[in-house]
Design a protein around this ligand. Structure first.
Ligand SMILES: Nc1ncnc2c1ncn2[C@@H]1O[C@H](COP(=O)(O)OP(=O)(O)OP(=O)(O)O)[C@@H](O)[C@H]1O
Ligand SMILES: [Mg+2]
Length: 418
């Protein structure tokens, strides 16, 4: 009944990172015409606890960080948060290619949505690696009786339908630990989403995804990437080096504590040393060091430049593995707090020979200024993803996804494949 008129729904995204736990709350307005509007109404971050290198090392500590983030978010929006879309990231993700083949069921050979579901199911039948479970199945293209490159075969005629999918798996124990944390924090789980996919969707336009681009999320211990081309996900990877490595390098190079090194990085860090005067210095004592120590900004930039260079080199290796090194016309788009370092855009243009920019959420209204903070990109991505899933939003094939069983697959694919 309520569906006959405009209604609103709260959609929450939870990004449990190694450095910070972020909660973003969106208000989804669904009109009877199906024109949905999403507005971000609250965004909070608290320092992470109990999570290292993307892995939960203490359930209890993580629960306390998540609970505190949720409480703060509830205070801001003034309504209880009952369920959340939970991001999955870290090194516990693997991707497999899989093909599903079926015979078209109707005697006249017209392909129906049920055939697509069966083809995707057939693709899911590959053996899942031990201790992993399927997080997403991304249909990448179909072929009908050998004719390849079909995006949407519904209504076409044929005998044999094939689908190429990318299957994203996550370590089962990680999902179990995340579930425990979220339930103990007192909220239900809408679903788990591979974080970089959700993030990539919200910071790229359809045109950028058509042309080809890479979204790079620089976090604490990890950097994750997703590459788009022809509107679809072409590749994704998690690189086990992130901005926390820069802090460690600074601590070693400046012979100071991690806390002082972190302040040096955030307050004075530059990714490009060229052009910085060797005369400009800072006093570590002013940044919390016990002892007095004068260091040049040039030296700091050199340390940062070396490590950022390495991160970008790894990104380039991933691009080279799919033959897209310096070949993505819409360039590189940075998100994650690690992307906020001064000079990131310049060094990326140089090292990757690609256009570069910071990634801000597109097509999302916000009353929170956190929308302009690239650290919130992944959590905002979760809210956008959740709003498309719950609100039956604009049909979008790149949101093709599911982790749960066939019934859900049905509903989702109906919403998603035009
Ligand atoms: N203003 C800033 N300038 C530069 N670096 C920053 C800034 N703010 C935070 N960082 C760095 O960003 C990193 C954390 O990024 P982020 O919060 O996106 O990670 P996370 O999501 O918690 O971790 P992960 O995704 O790897 O699990 C830290 O290493 C921190 O030092
Ligand atoms: Mg992160």
């Amino acid at each position: 009944m309520a569906r006959n008129k405009t209604y609103t729904e709260i959609v929450a995204g939870l990004d449990i990172g190694s450095s910070a736990v972020r909660v973003v709350i969106g208000q989804l307005t669904v009109s009877k015409e199906g024109d949905n509007g999403l507005q971000i109404v609250g965004a909070v971050e608290v320092p992470s606890e109990g999570i290292q290198k993307g892995q939960i090392t203490s359930i209890e500590d993580t629960v306390s960080a998540v609970s505190s983030a949720l409480e703060q978010a509830e205070k801001i929006v003034g309504v209880p948060i009952e369920h959340v879309w939970v991001g999955v990231s870290g090194n516990q993700i693997i991707t497999q290619e899989s093909k599903g083949v079926i015979a078209v069921s109707r005697t006249d050979g017209e392909i129906a949505e049920e055939d697509i579901e069966r083809a995707v199911d057939a693709a899911k039948a590959i053996s899942t690696p031990l201790n992993y479970e399927i997080l997403h199945v991304l249909p990448r293209g179909f072929s009908v009786d050998g004719q390849t490159g079909i995006k949407d075969p519904v209504g076409m005629t044929g005998v044999r339908l094939e689908v190429d999918t990318k299957i994203i798996h996550s370590v089962t124990s990680h999902i179990k630990n995340l579930s425990k944390v979220v339930y103990r924090a007192g909220v239900d789980i809408d679903d788990f989403v591979y974080l970089i996919l959700a993030a990539g969707e919200v910071v790229t336009s359809n045109r950028q995804k058509e042309l080809g681009c890479v979204v790079v999320n620089i976090g604490g211990p990890t950097t994750s990437i997703v590459v788009y081309e022809d509107g679809d996900v072409l590749h994704s990877a998690v690189i086990p080096i992130g901005s926390a490595h820069i802090t460690n390098d600074l601590a070693l190079g400046l012979k100071t504590s991690i806390d002082v090194a972190e302040r040096v990085k955030v307050e004075y860090g530059e990714c490009v040393s060229k052009g910085i005067s060797k005369k400009e210095t800072i006093e570590l004592k002013d940044l919390g060091s016990d002892t007095s120590e004068i260091v040049t900004k040039y030296y700091i930039a050199q340390i940062i430049e070396a490590r950022v260079g390495e991160i970008l080199e790894k990104v380039d290796e991933e691009l080279a593995s799919i033959e897209r090194s310096s070949m993505l016309p819409a360039g590189v788009i940075f998100i994650g707090a690690g992307g906020k370092l001064n000079g990131m855009i310049d060094i990326a243009k140089q090292e990757l020979s690609l256009p570069a920019q910071l990634g801000y959420p597109l097509g999302v209204d916000s009353i929170s200024d956190k929308i302009n903070d690239i650290a919130f990109g992944p959590a905002i991505g979760l809210v956008k993803w959740g709003s498309v899933m719950t609100g039956g939003g604009r049909r979008k094939t790149s949101f093709n996804v599911t982790r749960k069983a066939t019934e859900k697959m049905k509903g989702i694919l109906k919403n998603l494949i035009p």
